[in-house]
Design a protein. Structure first.
Length: 130
C-alpha cells in the first residue's frame, strides 16, 4: 500500500494583504512568507525620489568658489583671472582662540625707521646677558 503525500495550503491575510501561507503536510506544518513586490517597488521609488531631491538641493545650494579658474600662465606663473579681492574683515570680530591668547593682527610697518619685531634696531645691539 502506498501513501500519497498530500499537502494543504492555507493562506494567511492581514487586512487586505496576504502575508504568507501555511503549508500543512502529513509530517509537518511550515509557514511560507510572501514577497510583497508592490511594497518593495514603492519603497525603492521613494528612496530614489528622496536621493534625487537631496542631490538637486545640494547642487542648488552649493556656493561658487571664492576664486576663478586657476591656470598656468606663461613661464609657470599661476594665473587667477577674474578673481576679486576677498572681503575685508573689520577688527571687531576675532576668533575665539585669538581672544584667548590675546593675539593681535601682525601689522607690517614700511619705511627705514621702523623698528624690528623685538624693538631692537639691529641684531648686533641685542644684549646676550642673562
Amino acid at each position: 500500500m502506498t501513501t500519497v503525500d498530500r499537502r494543504e495550503v492555507l493562506p494567511v491575510r492581514y487586512g487586505d494583504h496576504e502575508i504568507g501561507a501555511y503549508v500543512v503536510g502529513p509530517q509537518r506544518t511550515t509557514f511560507v512568507p510572501t514577497v510583497d513586490a508592490t511594497r518593495i517597488a514603492t519603497a525603492a521609488l521613494a528612496a530614489a525620489t528622496i536621493s534625487t531631491v537631496a542631490v538637486a538641493v545640494a547642487i542648488a545650494v552649493r556656493r561658487r568658489p571664492a576664486i576663478g579658474t586657476v591656470t598656468m600662465g606663461p613661464g609657470g606663473w599661476v594665473s587667477v583671472k577674474g578673481a576679486g579681492l576677498p572681503p575685508l574683515r573689520d577688527g571687531t570680530t576675532r576668533p575665539w582662540w585669538a581672544r584667548l591668547l590675546r593675539a593681535h593682527r601682525l601689522v607690517v610697518q614700511r619705511g627705514a625707521s621702523a623698528p624690528s619685531a623685538r624693538g631692537h634696531k639691529s641684531p648686533r645691539m641685542r644684549d646676550h646677558r642673562l
